[in-house]
Design a protein around this ligand. Sequence first.
Ligand code: HEC
Length: 150
Amino acid sequence: MKKKLFALIVISIAASMPAMAEGEYDDHIKARQGYFQAVKLNVDLLSSMVKGKTSYDSTKASIAADNIYQLSRLNTQIMWPKGSGNDSENTKAQPDIWEDFSAFEEKFNAWRKASQQLTATAGESLSVLKTNFSELSHSCKSCHREFKAR
Ligand code: HEC
């Protein structure tokens, strides 16, 4: 019985070895990528309405816009430790982020501002949504252009 337990422990330690050998910042990288996937899910819903692929739904638009705003309000600093840039093959974050972290934060702030504007108005009408949505997607692209590898 004891032997079996010991064998089990050895096996489970061995099984967790490859995970331990992975990059130091894998958890941070996974967290921020998952975070942006959650943002994307809501952005895609709005984008589909803006492009006329789905019909405009004021309630759904408001919920998605509010989700984006709430996500933009998180303090994500913990997800961006220095050294977790694209030296590792798992991330597309550019090392430039840590050269000038305040420039990166400015892009975050611009996104937060665009999200706030969007959440206040997304439920009004499709034309208002369209105007503010373009501002929002501009704020994403503006950061990606500088700080995210293709
Ligand atoms: C302040 C900069 C910044 C802003 C603003 C920003 N992003 Fe990103 N985004 C990044 C960086 C950096 C990465 C790469 C993260 C990594 O791979 O570690 C990323 C990655 C992503 C990814 C890929 C996630 C994955 O699974 O690898 C998606 C999707 C994404 N962003 C969508 C968006 C959308 C949509 C917006 C706007 C609503 C947005 N981002 C705003 C910096 C930003």
